[in-house]
Design a protein. Structure first.
Length: 191
């Protein structure tokens, strides 16, 4: 049976046959993160991470393509490992982020590509700009969580964004316009 739990914050219900219905899973923010990387002047690769990810997956085990995901997280949850870099990213050169500014993703379609893989298409809103992106997703595990004693899922995904698509292209091409994203999430079934 194909099992895909796409993840990336309010529930969105997808119609399904009467014999099957999507079930709600809530992201575990303590075990969900997005790591990003970019080339810095050809000398090094810069890394950062976003945390504080909240959201919900509507998972249809019988028909994974009928599943959906909606998530969001604060821009200022970014971790860079160096305060001066964080301050620069939050400046007018890049995000010029307000304290409550959010990044959000809402799926618009899921194409199942294998037993545990899918392409998740959705609308990513970043820096006030919304663009369609495709995530290459893999379900890592699905089953009862040994400590939570309820159904749980874990999933990974990757994609590449162009900073300039979101009005964040300062210093390109010296600092690469392409930013690689690695997403890892866990989500527990709502009971």
């Amino acid at each position: 049976m194909i099992r895909i739990a796409p993840a990336l914050a309010a529930a969105i219900l997808v119609s399904a046959p009467a014999f099957a219905a999507p079930e709600a899973f809530v992201l575990d923010p303590g075990h969900s993160q997005i790591v990003f990387s970019y080339n810095h002047l050809g000398y090094s690769t810069g890394y950062g991470m976003f945390g504080g990810i909240e959201g919900q997956v509507q998972f249809d085990e019988a028909d994974p393509a009928a599943s959906s995901v909606e998530v969001s997280f604060p821009v200022k949850s970014m971790l860079t490992g160096w305060q001066a870099r964080f301050d620069h990213f939050m400046s007018a050169d890049f995000f010029d982020a307000a304290d409550d500014e959010m990044v959000s993703f809402k799926s618009t379609g899921i194409e199942v590509t294998g037993e545990k893989t899918a392409k998740i298409t959705g609308d990513l809103t970043l820096n006030g700009v919304t663009k369609s992106v495709v995530l290459d997703a893999v379900q890592n595990q699905y089953g009862e969580h040994p400590m939570e004693k309820k159904m749980w899922t874990g999933f990974s995904a990757t994609t590449t964004l162009l900073r300039s698509d979101y009005g964040l292209g300062s210093f390109a091409p010296f600092i690469s316009d392409e930013v690689a994203l690695e997403i890892s999430i866990e989500a527990g079934k709502v009971e």
